[in-house]
Design a binder for this molecule. Structure first.
Ligand SMILES: O=C(O)CCC(=O)C(=O)O
Ligand SMILES: [Fe+2]
Length: 227
């Protein structure tokens, strides 16, 4: 990589890398602005209703493909029925750079990163009391890594293994600007967000509170084979 200096990079599990401070403050501000726009529609940011009837505490809006438990579609049947907004090219490009950054110690994985082409983004907003239970990201039909970008308040991110929801796991603090990539043997690892730390964001960020998380994914889906 042509980085000016080496960012600290922590391997959390095989295929899972945490890069603190990857996004600059101006870069974070730009993403926060973009998230505001996406949250406004055409598909509104909403609480997802789970099959058991309860609603997630996190609010979510999608780009590229709309996710609801447990499938992707091009239209938001559970949120007004409109077509989901496209995933902008610059965001896919950012995802490519993220995978390259995470793989900087691993030339083979780094070469594969050049072909990384995410077509789904989930944008999650956490207020002070929101959290996300342990789950796998497994509705994609691709083994390509998931890229996670954090903005706003810090959180506790719990990262386990693909084998069990119950652990063992590693607890990581994700702060604004942090990158987390999980792929390879960790692609289907259980993970969740048990806690957000209110008031920890830089006031310069332009968020009045809460945490945003953007995950970029490769759906592996084609329009003709929607599921
Ligand atoms: O908010 C996070 O850091 C994780 C989000 C997540 O796991 C998901 O959207 O599937
Ligand atoms: Fe997830």
């Amino acid at each position: 990589m042509g980085a000016l200096f080496d960012l600290p990079r922590r391997r959390i599990a095989p295929g899972a890398v945490h890069v603190p401070g990857w996004l600059s403050l101006p870069g974070q501000r730009e993403l926060v602005r973009a998230c505001r726009g996406w949250a406004a529609g055409p598909v509104p940011m909403r609480r997802i209703r789970m099959p058991g009837g309860h609603f997630m505490s996190v609010r979510t809006v999608c780009l590229g493909w709309h996710w609801q438990p447990y499938r992707y579609s091009r239209t938001a049947e559970d949120a007004g029925g409109l077509p989901v907004a496209p995933l902008p090219g610059w965001l896919a490009e950012l995802g490519r750079a993220a995978v390259a950054e995470a793989c900087a110690d691993d030339p083979e994985a780094g070469a594969a990163a050049e072909g990384y082409s995410p077509d789904v983004a989930l944008i999650n907003f956490y207020d002070a009391s929101a959290r996300m239970g342990m789950h796998q990201d497994k509705d994609e039909r691709s083994a390509a890594p998931v890229v996670s970008l954090s903005l706003g308040d810090s959180c506790l991110f719990r990262f386990g293994t693909p084998a069990s929801r119950g652990g063992p796991y590693t607890d990581v603090q994700l702060a604004s600007g942090d990158l987390f990539v999980f792929g390879g043997p960790s692609r289907l690892a259980y993970h969740g967000v048990p806690k957000v730390y209110p008031g920890t964001a830089d006031p310069e960020l332009g968020m009045s509170g809460g945490r945003l998380n953007i995950t970029l994914r490769v759906s592996g889906l084609k329009d003709a084979a929607e599921s």
